[in-house]
Design a protein around this ligand. Sequence first.
Ligand code: NAD
Length: 499
Amino acid sequence: MQDLTHYINGAHVKGTSGRYSDVFNPATGEVQARCPLASVEEMNVAVAAAQAAQPAWAATNPQRRARVMMEFVRLLNRDMDKLAEALSREHGKTFPDAKGDIQRGLEVVEYCIGAPHMLKGEFTDGAGPGIDIYSMRQALGVTAGITPFNFPAMIPMWMFAPALACGNAFILKPSERDPSVPLMLAELMEEAGLPKGILQVVNGDKVAVDAILDHEVIQSIGFVGSTPIAQYIYGRGCSNGKRVQCFGGAKNHMIIMPDADMDQAADALIGAGYGAAGERCMAISVAVPVGDETADRLIEKLVPRIEKLKVGPYTAGNDVDYGPVVTAEAKQRILGLVESGIAQGAELVVDGRNFKLQGYEDGFFVGPHLFDRVTPDMDIYTQEIFGPVLSTVRAASYEEALKLAMDHEYGNGTAIFTRDGDAARDFAARVNVGMVGINVPIPVPLAYHTFGGWKKSGFGDLNQHGPDSFKFYTRTKTVTARWPSGIKEGGEFNFKAMD
Ligand code: NAD
């Protein structure tokens, strides 16, 4: 069995805490590696290396930093297949989906090549007699990020690319479920020209996370994961005086209006509900058809499509729609929620409970499920299932559908399918959710826009990637400079307007 490492100060280093967690191959159920879980001392070593290396990196001009990003993009493309294979092997997602995970991270790296432009400050010439005011965007210093298992390439890159482009050092604490790709990314960044100590990977669990939260050198923390942990990290990080942004769980509603193209809506729901086994924070987990007739037509279109879904290991290449879920515990949790749905009175239209895949009996595969007549009081509605389970909540009117999305505690993404521009505009304007799709089921914004949920899906003022990321990873310093034209006598003691 492989022993994974940390990546500290330019080298792979073995864990010294004596604590490890198992890394599975979710398709076979086998333990394929051990992930070291860092101690506070190991985290401190990484922080010290970052602190020593960061000033020289911040002093490197932004164009040179951008060139490292350019080279990193080339290396990501060079190693795409190798990275995707490692990703699928630990996560379980299909090979094409693993490439998509890397690609959506790579696009943020491409965006960060624009750092010289993004970091330009503001300048007011002649704010007073001989007085100019200018502002600078300066790096924070040592920054850190804690990432979830479901996008082990994309989310680390969403954090470290802007952090590094701004001149910070970055310590990544990836998910202990699939840590290999983050380690490979750190190696590739150094091959691209990044100095040692600027990007480090410290593997671990709560001990490592708490060490980040309490370390006084660390200036900012980015987190993506489940909402209870997001709230914990936001609270403790902020009270320790750090800049923190945390993105949490989701329950994304898709509203299907009676005038929608029902084939298009059904196809969209299949991809958005079951793709990646539902393990996406932007997955659609609730379908809200407006009117019983719409609901009946939708279910009729969905059932044959769901029955045709191909569930299998990533080694089947393009021949599989989704793979296993990440762990046996995740599988048990999902199946437990399915049982609760049945017990609480929802109608299980497609039952995936007895799904078995020949040759992969020990893998963590979950068959697709479809519920109809789900009501807002049921656990399958209130909780994030994070599995291949789609719930249908029938709404009597558009207003009732909108209210459902608005009343849910999560507010990450939502979508409306309609041919009516007026309904779509009204929905986009009124819904209290961070990312909205109009006839687009998974409205993940591209790199040059920003990504972030509302309500219990996001904590903090700024979103991920796009212009917000350059704000998050810098602080503004404003300089007021006077170059007197002649010798002035005496001091000025009044705080006064410039004239
Ligand atoms: P998770 O919250 O279990 O873990 C996320 C990170 O937090 C991991 O690095 C983990 O090691 C760490 N962690 C876990 N328990 C901790 C504790 N008690 N104290 C401190 N740190 C701890 O999430 P996950 O299962 O890896 O990921 C799935 C979740 O992430 C889902 O809820 C999903 O919706 C969410 N997610 C959200 C977004 C978004 O942008 N909003 C994106 C992707 C995933």
